[in-house]
Design a protein around this ligand. Structure first.
Ligand SMILES: [Mn+2]
Length: 363
């Protein structure tokens, strides 16, 4: 497993960026980036990466776990016996590092001040997104995990349609989805499950509430699983009982926009253009102002990660990217519809990873 994740290659890619950023080493403090580079999943860890060496620093609680998770032929495991700042100071001085890249987006002001105070002979350089940019393109093993997470989410959708009926609370829908996914091998849900029904369906991020489902409600369910550290993300909208004409119409518009955008996914396609494929369709029906969020986002270790599939994105699609396509229409006081799939960009075109039915289900 450790070999398949290609840690050596990932670390090599980070080191290749040192020159461009004018740094000799990098201190990685974002737990997601630490997991990406080392496989370490503990909540307290630091990685110091120099041109030659890689240190994973953690404490007694995570010693055994780290030994199992990280490639020990690449990383030297350092178990803290002093304060973290003292250990970093030691390593930086021993390695004679004068220019250290730091993830200023992922540290507290207090920690930054401590670094500044203790590393007085070392220049701290804010490097914004070296690792985040590498994470955009997934390797084979990462794609296997994402596909498995998507599969679990698909199974959960199939399961939950049997559970939905008038009188059931949104809380119960969310709990049932999560319980089911965990029984299928998910370590957790990839975010707080959204189950928004009736008028609440107009809230794009309406996490489940105590509201009971009633006949005629639209129910938007947005959820995902985490499998071996990688996320899935899917949204389906169903009707409790029989759908009205207006519900069918709006659903069809969103579905048309979603399908057209999925079909448009191709290598070199600008994410901004992809966003407008869906947006133009929704605008043409007069609902442009009811689709107030971007079309999608990257998915990987984090459920929302670059690239943004939005008007302002400057990223073009390339093979190995996994993104979501999730247009929606939200009408205050009426409800909303969103349909979301995950798609893998390949040389051969789009490979849709979530395969749950998109027919409007009347449950
Ligand atoms: Mn999403």
């Amino acid at each position: 497993m450790i070999w398949e994740m290609n840690y050596e290659r990932k670390i090599g890619k980070v080191r290749e960026k040192f020159e461009e950023h004018n740094i000799e080493a990098m201190l990685i403090t974002n737990p997601t980036n630490i997991f990406y580079l080392s496989g370490f999943s503990g909540s307290a860890g630091y990685v110091l990466l120099t041109a030659e060496k890689a240190y994973l620093i953690t404490d007694f609680r995570y010693e055994e776990q780290a030994q199992k998770e990280i490639p020990l032929h690449i990383f030297e495991l350092v178990i803290l016996s002093t304060k973290i700042i003292d250990k970093i100071k030691d390593l930086v001085e021993n390695e004679n590092i004068k220019k250290l890249g730091i993830e200023t987006k992922y540290m507290t002001v207090d920690f930054y001040n401590e670094l500044n105070k203790n590393l007085s002979h070392c220049n701290l350089v804010s490097v914004k997104s070296i690792i985040e940019e590498l994470r955009i393109v997934k390797n084979e093993e990462e794609i296997i995990r994402i596909k498995k997470a998507a599969k679990i989410a698909d199974l959960a959708f199939k399961h939950i349609v049997k559970f939905i009926k008038p009188g059931v609370k949104e809380f119960e829908v969310a709990a049932e989805i999560e319980y089911f996914m965990r029984r299928k091998g998910a370590s957790k849900a990839s975010f707080d499950i959204i189950a928004a029904s009736g008028e609440r369906a107009a809230l794009p991020h309406g996490t489940a509430s105590e509201k009971e489902l009633k006949k005629g409600d639209l129910l938007v369910m947005d959820f995902g699983a985490v499998y071996k550290g990688y996320c899935s993300d899917i949204t389906r909208t169903v009707v409790v009982g029989k759908a009205s004409e207006e519900q069918c119409n709006i659903y069809d518009i969103v579905l048309e926009a979603q399908k057209r955008a999925l079909q448009a996914v191709a290598v070199n396609m600008p994410c901004s253009e992809l966003d407008s494929v869906a947006r133009n369709i929704i605008e043409s029906y007069g609902y442009g102002d009811k689709f107030g969020h971007s079309l999608g986002h990257g998915v990987g270790i984090e459920v929302h990660e670059p690239p943004a599939v939005s008007k302002n994105s400057t990223v073009n699609l390339s093979p190995g990217m996994v993104i979501t396509i999730e247009p929606g229409i939200y009408i205050e006081g009426w409800g909303g519809v969103r349909i979301e799939d995950m798609v893998l960009v390949t040389e051969q075109g789009p490979q849709v990873l979530t395969t749950s039915t998109k027919e409007l289900l009347e449950i």
